[in-house]
Design a binder for this molecule. Structure first.
Ligand code: ADP
Ligand code: MG
Length: 264
């Protein structure tokens, strides 16, 4: 674990991710409306929003799939438009859809990906082995991905996102489709990483029960940020006693016909 702390190019900036005034349209549809948010290093920040809120669109902008034409996005101070190589080198991503090669072993998947990052054969192997250890799958290194459970496959994707030792990790609905035990395993791995490695994490979900008291929460609805801050702050802001009621109240207030969007 130790070597993962030695990130050569991570300046002493407390914001791992800083998004400011970002909007995005698909044709005439405004999917993101002046979105600003910050993820501090060592913080597990939940991006909470119902389906269609704009979570994946925001991730597509941070990963530069779409160009952000308004506002700014920076990763530890590196602007993704002006310094894309530096910014993306500091970013790890676990996408919503599965992207492992199921006919390759875990070790092979990680090896090829580490090679894509430009590491030598020996280093690629070492980084792959280390990342598998971090997610508790060392004993499965030579199994094919298709032999894994959904939760284990997710853990391999997390391992893959860590190969280049990012300081900021984006995860897009990483627990969707997993049973409760696997969900808990995946969340725990990421929470441990945040604590041990001072990683900034932005965890997109529509599942309210994944939020813990000490997390930061960003509530997103119809492309807008309705709240960003601590959990107690969210309850106080909404005048409610629990996260679910607070979330429903915030969404209700943002819904003209007063029918809240579905949240699990
Ligand atoms: P979430 O990830 O929170 O479920 P998305 O970012 O996927 O939300 O979608 C936000 C909104 O943008 C939705 O209304 C969705 O239908 C729309 N949208 C997403 N991608 C596209 C696209 N490529 N073209 C048109 N509309 C899109
Ligand atoms: Mg999505």
């Amino acid at each position: 674990m130790q070597d993962m702390l030695n990130r050569a190019d991570t300046p002493p900036i407390s914001n791992a991710l800083h998004i400011k005034g970002v909007s995005h349209t698909f044709g005439s549809f405004k999917a993101l409306d002046n979105v600003s948010l910050e993820v501090e290093r060592g913080s597990f920040t939940v991006l909470l929003g119902p389906n269609g809120a704009g979570k994946s669109t925001l991730f597509s902008l941070v990963t530069r799939l779409y160009d952000n034409v308004s506002g700014t996005i920076d990763i530890l101070g590196a602007d993704i438009r002006r310094q894309p190589t530096l910014a993306l080198r500091r970013l790890g991503v676990v996408f919503q859809s599965r992207t492992l090669d199921s006919d390759l072993s875990l070790a092979q998947n990680l090896y090829y990906h580490a090679k894509l990052h430009g590491f030598s054969g020996t280093e690629a192997r070492e980084r792959g082995a280390h990342a598998l250890k971090v997610v508790g799958l060392s004993d499965r290194a030579d199994h094919k991905v298709r032999e894994l459970s959904g939760g284990q496959a997710r853990r391999v994707e997390i391992a893959r996102s860590l190969l280049h030792r990012p300081a900021m990790l984006l995860l897009d609905e990483p627990t969707v489709g997993l049973d409760i035990a696997s969900r808990e395993g995946v969340v725990k791995i990421v929470r441990d990483l945040v604590r041990r490695e001072n990683l900034g994490v932005l965890w997109a979900t529509h599942l309210i029960d994944e939020i813990e008291e000490s997390d930061r929460v960003v509530v997103m609805h119809k492309g807008k940020i309705l709240y960003a801050g601590t959990v107690p702050g969210m309850l106080e802001h909404a005048g409610e006693a629990n996260i679910r009621s607070a979330f429903n109240k915030l969404v209700d207030a943002d819904t003209p016909d007063n029918k809240a969007g579905a949240a699990a």
